[in-house]
Design a protein around this ligand. Structure first.
Ligand SMILES: [Zn+2]
Length: 283
């Protein structure tokens, strides 16, 4: 009977999901939606005091969505991901011996730095682009993306935090932004952003590197008011972890040399800020 075969295939796919929890397959009205690997965790062996997160690391679109109705250029651009952010996050993870949780799917499919109820979680529009695949989405499709992308992402991060809560002190999220937005050139090169808990961001601004190699600003080019502090507030705050979001202008981290220079700036700055806060009893 065809349905016995169908059930067997579903069961086989379910066991695949259990064996590889970061690979997400969802049942939908239209059949099985294969999201592929939606979250990666590098260097998860603790104990460690810092966890790094890069929600917008990938511009990968799951195969079933095709090109989402967008051009190849749009899918390579900052609307689909944060160019350069993963390279920086990996360099920082290596130097700080910190684990890194990074997304495996484009933010156009699901933006893991947004809660499901936010309009930007599955955006219908991003800057000048309409996102055809996100217009008139069925409730089922919406639910599948939440269950298949967002929930495994936050579960991976929450699991890592829970396993290492005793040693863990700080969460740093790494992002990049476009130099020109809606035709306006952005002057800020490195943004230090905070959510509800501003302790670490404020401390970083007090201990900026001497003769800073970049234009550093607090809460630019975005702030929590733009809804960008979701991971910090939802994942770090409940555990009392110090937390900060780093936004880097993406023209400054295109080459390996630029990426090294950015890590050279950020790593000692963050490590020193944490040490100073600990001395003061904040962590
Ligand atoms: Zn980002």
């Amino acid at each position: 009977m065809w349905w016995i075969l169908y059930r067997k295939i579903i069961d086989r796919l379910r066991s695949y999901v259990e064996i590889f929890p970061h690979a997400s397959l969802m049942e939908s009205q239209g059949g099985i939606l294969d999201f592929g690997t939606v979250v990666h965790t590098d260097m998860a062996d603790g104990p460690f005091s810092v966890v790094l997160v890069c929600e917008h690391a990938s511009n990968r679109i799951p195969e079933y969505l095709g090109d989402m109705g967008l051009s190849a250029d749009a899918l390579q651009s900052h609307i689909a991901w944060d160019p350069g952010a993963l390279a920086i996050a990996k360099l920082m993870a290596e130097r700080m011996q910190a684990p890194l949780v990074h997304g495996g799917v484009s933010r156009l499919v699901y933006d893991c730095n947004r809660p499901p109820e936010a309009a930007g979680a599955m955006p219908v529009r991003s800057e000048d682009y309409q996102i055809p695949a996100n217009a008139d989405m069925s409730d089922q499709e919406r639910k599948s993306r939440i269950e298949g992308i967002y929930k495994p992402f936050i579960a991976a991060l929450a699991g890592l935090i829970a396993d290492n809560r005793t040693a863990l002190e700080l969460m740093v999220t790494i992002h990049s932004f476009t130099p020109v937005y809606h035709g306006q050139r952005r002057e800020v090169e490195l943004g230090v952003l905070h959510g509800v808990d501003d302790r670490f961001a404020q401390a970083m601004m007090v201990s900026t590197p001497d003769d800073p190699p970049f234009v550093i600003r607090l809460n630019e080019p975005y702030s929590a008011a733009d809804g960008v502090a979701h991971t910090l507030d939802a994942q770090a705050l409940p555990h009392g972890l110090l937390n900060v979001m780093i936004e880097i202008r993406n023209d400054l981290i295109q080459t390996p040399e630029q990426q090294e220079a950015m890590a050279d700036c950020l790593v000692p700055w963050i490590v020193q800020t944490l040490a100073e806060l600990k001395k003061g009893g904040a962590a």
